[in-house]
Design a protein around this ligand. Structure first.
Ligand SMILES: Cc1cc2nc3c(=O)[nH]c(=O)nc-3n(C[C@H](O)[C@H](O)[C@H](O)COP(=O)(O)OP(=O)(O)OC[C@H]3O[C@@H](n4cnc5c(N)ncnc54)[C@H](O)[C@@H]3O)c2cc1C
Ligand SMILES: *[C@@H]1O[C@H](CO)[C@@H](O)[C@H](O)[C@H]1NC(C)=O
Ligand SMILES: *[C@@H]1O[C@H](CO)[C@@H](O)[C@H](O)[C@H]1NC(C)=O
Ligand SMILES: *[C@@H]1O[C@H](CO)[C@@H](O)[C@H](O)[C@H]1NC(C)=O
Ligand SMILES: *[C@@H]1O[C@H](CO)[C@@H](O)[C@H](O)[C@H]1NC(C)=O
Ligand SMILES: *[C@@H]1O[C@H](CO)[C@@H](O)[C@H](O)[C@H]1NC(C)=O
Ligand SMILES: *[C@@H]1O[C@H](CO)[C@@H](O)[C@H](O)[C@H]1NC(C)=O
Ligand SMILES: *[C@@H]1O[C@H](CO)[C@@H](O)[C@H](O)[C@H]1NC(C)=O
Ligand SMILES: *[C@@H]1O[C@H](CO)[C@@H](O)[C@H](O)[C@H]1NC(C)=O
Ligand SMILES: *[C@@H]1O[C@H](CO)[C@@H](O)[C@H](O)[C@H]1NC(C)=O
Ligand SMILES: *[C@@H]1O[C@H](CO)[C@@H](O)[C@H](O)[C@H]1NC(C)=O
Length: 493
């Protein structure tokens, strides 16, 4: 019996690479929970949200506290491994797994606690391994508080807050990074530092848009808002028949162009997106207005006066939490006990600025593009997200105030194509073709949270003029590239 166990142990050890085995011993010597290729759960533990990407880590470590994270970084450095934080694992390209094989992945799933910062403010200390759905649900039910953040309950705060973090309340309250007052960070040499406007302001600047290049954020101190009692949920649908109606592309363009023009002066209390789905028979303008239906009615009237009559209207007052559930299509936001969702997809984003809006005919060209030669067994959507406009909190912040640069922002347009498993190059080409058609040769920015691993010229597109300063800071804080990976600061363009 004992001999058999010993034999199994030897076989298991030999099957690992020697670096993986030594880093695992180092982590285990510190009493940390670790998984590697010998773990029965390894397949699941290494499957990211986007199943098109799979990187095999040297090991995955599950810290419970900040000092565990620090020890994990030091073990990786000792054996010459790169380190990558994994929070919700919802990166579009599995970047949390390190974007290459052989990384030490620091999975923050055991670090998701929320606690009030102090009795004299309404700030909260939130560990970065929490999922957005759990965060929203706990802030609301325990404290009657709320924040602006993205919609998918499964997205992790760590990645979301790392590169911006937009949601339907963001025009009112800002991006997630705009609500970050301070953060605790484990650096490449294992040291733990706090960053804020007064402590290490350069790092505080850098983590608000490019955190993954500077270390592992273990917790954020966040500004919160009293949860509104009611908000107004709305959705207006416009129907088309592109196969039967030659004028449909022009009508489609007119509505989007009217929405774009209206967006410039939209009040900050409105969170709105236009969604177009498969075949484009349906265009929906929907979102949340952070106020009563009575206050919303004249705003809706001005929008619909510009777009023309929708074929369907939906307007309903909802409690804050009901509204969040509704926009996510879920009955509860907490992720507890629900199996991790996965998808197989390619996505792209275009950032449209206020001074360079899209020409009306780019929308009709888009409609002509997506109604021809759609690949089979493939579905897609395009989302025209209103981030800016003159009244938006997002655009009230100077472009160099945080690492995230797109402050003269109007829309973020997201293109997303998916399948049920297999992937062919024509799917990627279709999605890229939609984005190219809408851009009409304009050099537009991109959003680093809608990560596109094939993006050419990402330094300028994600970070614009802030890139050079980000690179200067990174050279000082991570000179040997412990956190370096594809599309992190310092990587090849
Ligand atoms: C279904 C879905 C809906 C989405 N909706 C929105 C939306 O409404 N608004 C929006 O803005 N975005 C949205 N996103 C994009 C989302 O914000 C990003 O994919 C985000 O980076 C995912 O964070 P994560 O922690 O889940 O990802 P992970 O894969 O765990 O991490 C992503 C990146 O962040 C790094 N990272 C993670 N944690 C830390 C940390 N603690 N410290 C330093 N670096 C860290 C990782 O190393 C990796 O580089 C959505 C994504 C999905 C899949
Ligand atoms: C990563 O490892 C897997 C499994 O060994 C292998 O199939 C894949 O090609 C590797 N990827 C890279 C980029 O080396
Ligand atoms: C960082 O700040 C937190 C919260 O204020 C505190 O608990 C922690 O000890 C600080 N860490 C360092 C390294 O100063
Ligand atoms: C929650 O906050 C709202 C203000 O937006 C307030 O009117 C309401 O009474 C609060 N609810 C509780 C339970 O404290
Ligand atoms: C579009 O019109 C064609 C021809 O009239 C019809 O066959 C088709 O069902 C219509 N499609 C939709 C989505 O209504
Ligand atoms: C939106 O504004 C642009 C520029 O002023 C104009 O060309 C376009 O016709 C407007 N669109 C609509 C639908 O009114
Ligand atoms: C509706 O639009 C017309 C111009 O198209 C404008 O004159 C009118 O004031 C608008 N009405 C409202 C309620 O915005
Ligand atoms: C909130 O909305 C519900 C549903 O419309 C309504 O019954 C309730 O009176 C509203 N509460 C407040 C405080 O406006
Ligand atoms: C995926 O499978 C479901 C169920 O079989 C089907 O309804 C759906 O259309 C498929 N989606 C794609 C993109 O092929
Ligand atoms: C689409 O999916 C169906 C069902 O899985 C399959 O039979 C068919 O061959 C697929 N078609 C293509 C073009 O991949
Ligand atoms: C869509 O646009 C792309 C980029 O301009 C182009 O390569 C592709 O051929 C177009 N597809 C169709 C069906 O028009």
């Amino acid at each position: 019996m004992f001999k058999f166990a010993l034999l199994l142990f030897l076989v298991a050890t030999l099957a690992r690479s020697s670096t993986a085995a030594t880093v695992v011993s180092c982590l285990e010597d510190h009493g940390l929970e670790v998984e590697d290729s010998q773990s029965p759960n390894w397949m699941d533990a290494t499957t990211p949200f986007n199943t098109r990407f799979r990187y095999i880590p040297a090991a995955i470590v599950y810290p419970k506290k900040t000092s565990d994270v620090s020890e994990a970084v030091l073990c990786a450095v000792k054996y010459g491994l790169h380190v990558s934080a994994l929070s919700g694992g919802h990166s579009y390209s599995a970047s949390g797994y390190g974007s290459r094989n052989g990384t030490l992945v620091v999975n923050l799933r055991n670090m998701g606690r929320i606690s009030p910062h102090s009795s004299s403010d309404n700030n909260f200390v939130i560990q970065s391994g929490i999922r957005l759905g759990d965060m929203a649900s706990e802030l609301y039910s325990e404290y009657n508080r709320s924040m602006a953040h993205g919609t998918c309950p499964w997205v992790g705060l760590g990645g979301h807050a790392g590169f911006g973090g937009w949601g339907l309340a963001s025009r009112n309250w800002g991006l997630v990074i705009d609500q970050v007052i301070a953060a605790e960070l484990v650096q490449a040499d294992g040291t733990v530092v706090n960053v804020s406007a007064t402590e290490r302001p350069e790092l505080y600047w850098a983590i608000r848009g490019a955190s993954a290049s500077y270390g592992i954020v273990t917790q954020y101190t966040m500004k919160t808002q009293e949860a509104p009692v009611n908000v107004t949920r709305f959705a207006y649908n416009f129907a088309f028949n592109f196969t039967a109606d030659d004028r449909a592309p022009e009508r489609f363009a007119e509505i989007l162009s009217a929405y774009q023009n209206w967006s410039f002066t939209a009040p900050k209390e409105i969170g709105i997106v236009a969604n177009v789905w498969q075949l484009g028979q349906d265009l929906e303008l929907g979102g949340i207005y952070m106020g009563s239906r009575t206050d919303f009615d004249p705003i809706a009237a001005s929008l619909l006066n510009a777009t023309g009559e929708p074929s369907q209207r939906y307007v309903q007052e909802r409690s804050w939490i009901e509204a969040l559930e509704e926009v996510n299509g879920v009955t509860k936001l907490s992720t507890e006990g629900i199996p991790e969702p996965r998808d197989t997809f390619h996505a792209k984003s275009l950032v449209v600025s206020m001074e360079n809006p899209l020409a009306p005919d780019s929308f009709s060209k888009l409609a002509k593009n997506f109604t021809t030669s759609i690949p089979s067994n493939f579905s897609w959507f395009i989302q025209f997200e209103l981030w800016g406009g003159h009244n938006s909190h997002i655009s009230s912040i100077p472009a160099d105030a945080t690492a995230y640069p797109h402050r003269n922002h109007h829309w973020t347009v997201q293109f997303y194509g998916r399948t049920n498993g297999s992937w062919f190059p024509q799917y990627t080409e279709f999605v890229d073709g939609l984005a190219d058609t809408l851009a009409q040769g304009k050099e537009l920015g991109a959003y680093a949270n809608y990560l596109d691993p094939y993006l050419q010229g990402w330094k300028k597109k994600y970070y614009d003029r802030n890139y050079a300063r980000l690179e200067e800071i990174r050279k000082k804080t991570d000179p040997s590239g412990v956190f370096l990976k594809s599309q992190n600061i310092g990587a090849a363009d």
